[in-house]
Design a protein around this ligand. Sequence first.
Ligand code: ATP
Ligand code: MG
Length: 419
Amino acid sequence: MLAGWIRKIRGSDNLRFIILRDMTGELQIILKKGSVKEELLESTKDLTEESVISVEGTVKINEQAPGGLEIIPDKLVVLSKASVPLPIDFSGKVDTGLDKRLDWRCIDLRNPKRAAIIKIQSKFVEGVQEFLSKNDFIFLFTPCIMSGASEGGSEVFPIKYFDKKAFLRQDPQLHRQLAIAAGFDKIVDIGPSWRAELSHTTRHLCEHRGIAVEIGFLKDETDTMRLEEDVIIAGLNRIKKDCKNELEKIGKKIRIPDTPFPEIRFPEIYDILEKLGKKIEFGKDYDTEGEKLLGDYVKKKFGSDFFFVNRFPFAEKPFYVMKVDEEPQWARSVDLIFKGVEQSSGGQREHRYEKIVRQIKEKGLDMNTFKWFVEFFKYGVPPHGGFNLGIERFIMQLLDLDNIREVVLFPRDPERLVP
Ligand code: ATP
Ligand code: MG
């Protein structure tokens, strides 16, 4: 039995063609007077496009037919009849704006080009999971409900937690570190984070997902960089292997990048940017324009779409990052940039109790708010580090999409809470 949606129905009472679409592709159903039961021609007379049917019959190869196959049905059941007209045209013939498409997302995603993005994302995550699993990582789930903001920022969604105030996590950061303190030394949490940013950009969501990896006993932050390269290449290889059809549909090719990815560091970045005509105050972070300029610079100089930025100014990063002991203005804090856009932040974390306490004070944060986290560092925590790679952000850059919402099944942004 085959089942799916009617993409097209045409013909007459004597000869009718139905093109059936499902997740795997399309095929043609032929109802010809004399070769199928009369009642089948009758029952398909008023069928509408996008109705759901199931069919049983004889399958024939026909090079001319869409999908290369055709069916002469013995049985055809209408499972759900679609109303006409459809609220949006999703065939690509009419240009429907993104907002309207997202309002009608379930119908929008019936366009195989749009569904291809979701499938490619799935294979990316699958490839990453397989790699991590083979390398003895433990998959765990850290809490999404927090007592405070992990980064100490204001971009958090407050929630009512009985008679207490709680927040949705911005990042699975602190509990990932606590998992290291608990003795797990290779872990990954693939899950959501929430950002209450009122920004309307093409690369920010209010809810996004990340591959958040953490390892114990590392030499320094370069270990997290080498691991991240392997993670990305595993995901890309999986897409290359399993998504030939999807890539073809959207006209994309996957190129496996060379490793190691180039690395540029602060404070040299100030000089690089100044030469490119962008002056950043010493000790400050660069902005989106700077990020893009660095991307162009690396592409020209090293021929790479990927690069790491290392040694961010401590002043610009959260309290838990590790400073370079000899140059405490700079942190062992690493971002990955892909085609000029940030993909992940990470690096080595501070594991020495006294230093964490000092850094919390330095950031002007309230020690009591972080006591639940910091206390564990008194009782034996190895050097550790990791990164959180934004899944939607990565797929957006990989497929050169112009809006991150294209990668999300049902995106959440400041304006959108449904469907
Ligand atoms: P950006 O500067 O691009 O806003 P960030 O530095 O605030 O990102 P991190 O806290 O470093 O973000 O989060 C780790 C990764 O998660 C980011 O590099 C990005 O890939 C992804 N990410 C973060 N915020 C968002 C968001 N609002 N929407 C989609 N992805 C996000
Ligand atoms: Mg970041």
